[in-house]
Design a protein around this ligand. Structure first.
Ligand SMILES: [Zn+2]
Length: 216
């Protein structure tokens, strides 16, 4: 029972914290960066939360596959072991289709193009895309990304963070949270100091003038 419990908490802990919290924090960073100019802070905070949810959302499509895998291997609460994944994705491509579709850069690009044509904001697509870029780097072997789906080309990442020990994922999420906090502060200073330009126009202008002066 201890083994089952430990496996349950390890698996659930790794999947839930590493994937969901990390992806959400990265989505929040992207949204905060894109929405730096928005003065209405209550509205901006709501949109940042939406950005975080959009960045975490693609993995919701993996839940049926995940539970199916746990069920056919008769695991406790249908939570599969890492080893259960071996060959499963190739054996049941239709079960993995939600994973492939939501993790396709081609689909993201098409949705982005549609939003662009309709003159909608593009930041939600960037939050979604952040999930895909992170997964490309942070998934290997059985979990490797197929970013150009339906073109089936697996891209090997560097490592699988959910296999890291809890101290490592805790550390990585603390780092992400600090980055989010610093970006929020930095964007606030942009909002206050540079309401119309990304940089004050004089900075460009003066730089140009002084370089002319220097040339005589
Ligand atoms: Zn994912």
């Amino acid at each position: 029972m201890l083994g089952v419990d430990r496996c349950f908490f390890y698996t659930l802990g790794f999947r839930a914290f590493v994937d969901i919290i990390s992806h959400a924090l990265i989505g929040a960073i992207v949204a905060q960066f894109c929405l730096w100019k928005m003065d209405d802070s209550a509205k901006r905070k709501k949109l940042v939360v939406i950005g975080a949810l959009l960045a975490a959302a693609p993995d919701i499509a993996n839940i049926p596959l995940y539970l199916h895998l746990g069920a056919i291997n008769e695991r406790f609460l249908w939570i599969p072991y890492h080893s259960d994944w071996d060959g499963h994705r190739a054996a049941y491509p239709m079960m993995a289709i939600g994973w492939e579709i939501t993790h396709s850069l081609i689909l993201v690009t098409l949705v982005g193009y549609f939003l662009y044509r309709k003159k909608y904001a593009l930041w939600p697509v960037l939050c979604w895309a952040s999930h895909l870029f992170v997964d490309i780097l942070a998934h290997t072997g059985e979990w490797a990304s197929v970013p150009l789906w339906p073109i089936y080309l697996k891209v090997e990442g560097f490592d699988d963070p959910w296999k890291w020990p809890p101290s490592a994922w805790l550390f990585s999420n603390v780092v992400l949270f600090v980055v989010f906090y610093l970006i929020s502060k930095y964007m606030e200073s942009w909002r206050i100091n540079y309401p119309d330009y990304l940089l004050p126009v004089e900075a460009w202008h003066q730089g140009w003038e002084s370089s002319h002066d220097a040339q005589g």
